[in-house]
Each structure stands twice: as C-alpha cells, then as structure tokens.
Design a protein around this ligand. Structure first.
Ligand code: KIV
Ligand code: ZN
Length: 385
C-alpha cells in the first residue's frame, strides 16, 4: 500500500480564512493535536507576515517533536531569513517557498517574464538550501500555468535542490481530470522527478478540492496538502479528513493510505472549529453533525437491521461513539421503540401504538424531537393509563 504524506496547513492557509486569527497558545494547542492525529508535516505560519506569526511558528517548532514543521516564505531573502529565525528550534524544519508561475500572475501581479520567474525562484531555492535540507517549492497558480512552462519550473526547482514540488490549484479552477493530468505530465516529462516528492494543494472554489486531490494521488502525488474541516482562503482548502477517509474506505480503489490516527479526527475537528470560531456545517462530509445521523424511517429501519445498509464507514473510525438515529416526522416505529428501550421503557404493543401516534403528532409540529420530548410524552401516557 502506497503511503500518502499529509501536509497540514490549518495554521497557515486555514488561518487565511476571513475572520480567523489564532494566537500563539491556540496555534500550539492545534499543532499538538495535529501531532496526535499523526500528520507528517505542519505548516505553522508565514513568519515574514508579522512578528506575532514568527513567534507563533517558533512556539509550534519548540512544542512539536513528531512532525516536520514548515514555514512559508516568498522567494526573497528577508522572508527566508524570517523562516530561519522562526524554525531555529525545530527538530525537523522545512521551508516552503513560493513564486507565481501562471500568465495572469506573471503579467498583472509580478510583472515578470518567464525567465525572470525561473531566475528568481532558482536564486531563492539555492539560498534556502544553504540553511534547510528540506525545501518545498510551489509555483503559485500552477493550475493555470502553461504545462510546458510548469515542467520547466519543476525541473529548475529539482536542479536547484528542492525536495518537494507542490502544485497549487490556487484559485480552485481545475477539474479532477485536468489536475490529475498535470501530475501525469510532470511524472512523464520532467528530468529528475523521481528524486523529489510531488505534492497536491487544492482550493474548493468549485467544490472540487477533495476530488482534485484524489485525482492527484491516482496520478502519482506523494503528498496532499489541506486543512482540518477544509477551512482556508475563500471557499477553503482540501479537507484532510475527507482525503483520509476516502483512502481508508476505498482502499480497494486507491491502493494508498495516510499514516493518520483516524480515531483523532473528530476531536481535531472540534478543536479547530472551537479555536477558529468556524462552525462545521451539519452536512459536512465526515465531521458534520449529520454525517452519521439517519432521519428517515426506511433508513433507520435498515440501520437497526444492519448498519452497512446506509453507512459506508463507521463513526467509531473517526473517534465518535455511535451513529445517531434522529427522531422526526419521517421516523418509523422500529426506531421509536429502540429509542424508548434506550430511555428505559419497554412498552407493550398497545401502549407503544398510542405513544407512537402521539409522537407522530408532535413530530409534525416540531422538527427535532428530543429525548426530553419523548420522556414527557411517555410520562403523560403512563399517567393517563
Ligand atoms: O494556494 C496557494 O497557491 C498557496 C501557496 C502559498 C502554496 O497557498
Ligand atoms: Zn493555498
């Protein structure tokens, strides 16, 4: 089974979510939980962005022992020096350099020709290489870069000493077919590609970040970059928990696995949501409150007979106790009886019928019928009889 490395950027790209600002203690708390989750690399921040971010990255570098700690840097010496300072205490440091490569960015943002991009990136990689054995290089907006130029940039990065080349779909523009094809093309055409790891970094503007990351894996990516709960700039990044569970649940298809401790996923998701103040939508895959909840009577009946009828993975895998059978107007007698047994009531058929009728009447008026509602209904029923 091929191992896929997980590069977590919750503390960097995730922190770029509008409204999110993590202080040093919060960064360390999340990083320690990411270490428990077993991510391979933690991008702790962008040290040149502010003294506070430099201090935050340094605090993470001192606290975490079992993951590579990464600092982001533009392709300029002041930024690289800031990462050196921030990572001076890291056991296993890595610098992540980036420079845009797409025609749109070259023309409007950088005002640079192709050869200038190649020269600036090469100089930055060579400078960083004097201080870091691990250097990742990202041609920003790789997704909208001419494929032949992307091959040229990748080959330059390898020659200059990069150990990982990351392919960001910075604006979440590509389809899985196109993104997968970039990896295939790089693998087939770039000299020295076998010496480095290829990494995927996707954004979710068109809702394809996870699908694109999986397409990259199918075409030879060694590393996936993403965030917990998929938070990040604009519509967010690839959700790490989605990639991990897709690989786990469909091992037959992907033949690849992460090294994550999957039972830490729910806890990590809750912590990130709490400290970033970003609630997880109920219907969010894997970690949403409804991801293992069943509402309709037909589904609940199936679940009570055999869970695999409606669940392709179990909540225990990600560290949750059990699936939820939510009671509402679509629920059936089978789920209602199970709920009563859970609450300590084993009613005879006649009492059950009457209670079920009352429950349905209540469920027509109220979206979520709680345990307290059911207890009140049963107590009322028992007093009447
Ligand atoms: O999306 C992006 O291009 C990035 C780079 C800095 C890797 O986050
Ligand atoms: Zn990004």
């Amino acid at each position: 089974m091929r191992k896929i490395y997980i590069f977590d950027t919750t503390l960097r790209d995730g922190e770029q979510s509008p409204g999110v600002n993590l202080n040093m203690q919060e960064k360390v708390e999340i990083a320690l939980q990411l270490e428990k989750l077993g991510v391979d690399r933690i991008e702790a921040g962008f040290p040149a962005a502010s003294p506070g971010d430099l201090a935050g990255v340094n605090a993470v570098a001192r606290a975490v022992k079992n993951a590579t700690i990464v600092g982001l840097s533009r392709s300029r010496t002041q930024d690289i020096d800031a990462v050196r300072e921030a990572l001076k205490d890291a056991q296993d440091p890595c610098i992540h350099l980036f420079l845009a490569s797409s025609p749109i960015h070259r023309k409007h943002k950088l005002r640079m020709e192709k050869h200038q991009v190649l020269e600036a990136a090469e100089a930055a990689i060579r400078y960083a290489k004097q201080y870091f054995s691990k250097v990742e290089f990202s041609p920003e907006d790789a997704g909208r870069t001419e494929l032949d130029f992307l091959c040229e940039v990748t080959e330059m990065a390898i020659r200059a000493g990069a150990t990982v080349v990351n392919i960001p779909d910075t604006v979440g523009y590509l389809t899985p077919y196109e993104y997968g094809n970039i990896f295939k093309t790089l693998k087939e055409n770039v000299n020295g590609i076998e010496k480095i790891q290829l990494s995927a970094h996707c954004h979710d503007d068109l809702g394809m970040a996870t699908a694109n990351a999986l397409a990259a894996i199918l075409n030879g990516a060694d590393q996936i970059e993403g965030t917990i709960n998929g938070i990040g700039e604009r519509a967010g990044n690839t959700a790490i928990e989605e990639v991990a569970l897709a690989l786990e649940t469909r091992q037959d298809f992907f033949q690849a696995k992460t090294g994550l401790v999957l039972s830490e996923i729910a806890r990590t998701s809750r912590l990130v949501s709490k400290l970033t103040g970003m609630p997880v939508p109920g219907n969010k895959a894997i970690v949403g409150a409804n991801a293992f909840a069943h509402e309709s009577g037909i589904h609940q009946d199936g679940m009570l007979k055999e869970k695999t009828t409606y669940e392709i993975m179990s909540p225990e895998t990600i560290g949750l106790k059990e699936s939820k059978l939510t009671l509402g107007k679509l629920s059936g007698r089978h789920a209602f009886r199970e709920k009563l047994v859970d609450l300590g009531y084993d009613l005879g058929d006649e009492q059950l019928n009457t209670a079920f009728g009352k429950f349905k009447a209540l469920a027509d008026k109220k979206k979520n019928v709680t345990d307290e509602d059911i207890l009140a209904l049963i107590e009322e029923k028992l007093i009447e009889t």
